[in-house]
Write a protein of this length. Structure first.
Lengths: 135, 235
């Protein structure tokens, strides 16, 4: 009797896993936490959004899914603003590797991070002028 | 009855059904068109990446713009496109002094290819984002025009409008009579106060995107020319 139950379960599991279309991306709580951070930009809501970005990456890796476009980059940008330049560069490079379409923009951001990393009297980063420095 | 008369009856019936169907379809069915017919440029240019520009706001709600912008990146990715991180690209555009897509309408879109490496840019226009009150009822409407333009040719690759109208009157609460009217007026007021546009904006997006050909990360990429959708006529 028990064997039968197990067999049925196995058949069901196989059947369901075969039929269910594999979800393309895991976006988690992204648009909700982004909306909250826009609507009420507090330290907490901004941190929550950062956590939802980190969570998307973890869950995607766990489930063997491609991290959705822009997530590595956005997290990199969060680190960039927190002055964690090495982490920022690491994430920009992940985005670039995963999505070659992002190469130009990611290179720009990596350059900006590297420039900003050099000791300067002011830590403000001028992305606007980066364009000229690249030439 | 012999076989011949049964056959005759059958064909008469078939004709009748066919005539009815024709009548029904021509009268009621919205005009359907395929993606390949409507958006041939999408299949010629094969844009792989989309840069979402800040929405243009023609509605009366000043905050609609920021909120709407949080809803579009995610669904576009599911359509198989590389979608540039909106939070970054808008910051960069601001540094260039560009806050409004209105300002970009006249720019050569080639600039976005040079600066971001984008194959296409998405212009969105919020047409309606409001509540309309009708004494004892309220409707919430979100309507958004989407237009995808090529950064190679400046041509419009895809264009569609998503509109969602939601009845917030909360059904027939309270039954009939004056008491019922008052009760349902209260329900309407409460629902309206809590009205959150964002979930409806998401639905409007999904409605619009239904007609968008799939991009390179989608398994139906390049295979969806014959998919049908409801054709819209510009107002």
């Amino acid at each position: 009797m028990n064997n039968l139950k197990i067999a049925v379960l196995i058949v069901l599991a196989v059947f369901l896993s075969a039929c269910a279309p594999k979800q393309m991306y895991y976006w988690g709580n992204y648009s909700q936490s982004l909306y909250d951070a826009k609507k009420n930009p507090t330290e907490q809501s901004i941190l929550t959004h950062q956590q939802s970005l980190e969570n998307i990456i973890q869950e995607s890796q766990k489930n063997n899914l491609r991290v959705p476009p822009g997530v590595y980059a956005e997290l990199g940008y969060v680190y960039f603003r927190q002055n964690k330049k090495a982490l920022a560069i690491q994430n920009f490079n992940m985005e670039r590797r995963l999505y070659p379409e992002s190469a130009l923009l990611m290179d720009r951001l990596v350059n900006a991070s590297e420039l900003a990393d050099k000791p300067k009297p002011s830590e403000s980063i001028d992305l606007k002028n980066l364009n000229d420095k690249n030439k | 009855m012999n076989n011949a008369s049964i056959g005759k009856m059958k064909s008469c019936l078939l004709l009748g059904v066919a005539a009815l169907l024709c009548f029904f379809l021509s009268a009621c069915a919205p005009k359907m068109i395929t993606k390949g017919e409507k958006y041939p440029l999408m299949y010629e240019e094969h844009p792989a990446s989309i840069l979402i520009l800040p929405p243009m706001n023609e509605s009366t709600a000043a905050d609609a713009k920021d909120y709407y912008a949080t809803t579009i990146q995610e669904p576009l990715s599911f359509w198989g496109y590389y979608v540039f991180p909106y939070e970054i690209t808008t910051e960069l555009l601001k540094m260039e002094g560009i806050y409004d897509a209105e300002l970009m309408k006249d720019l050569p879109l080639q600039k976005f290819r040079e600066y971001f490496g984008a194959d296409s840019v998405l212009f969105t226009t919020i047409k309606v984002w409001n509540l309309s009150y009708m004494v004892i009822a309220a409707n919430l409407t979100v309507s958004v025009d989407c237009e995808l333009k090529s950064t190679k040719s400046n041509a419009t690759l895809w264009q569609y409008n998503g509109t969602v109208v939601v009845d917030l009157s909360g059904g027939n609460a309270g039954g009939g009579g004056i008491a019922g009217l008052i009760a349902s007026a209260i329900v309407t007021a409460v629902n309206a106060a809590m009205a959150d546009y964002v979930p409806h904006a998401r639905r409007a997006n999904l409605m619009a995107l239904r007609s968008l050909p799939y991009g390179k990360y989608h398994h139906l990429y390049g295979k969806d020319q014959s998919q049908q959708f409801q054709e819209q006529f510009r107002r």
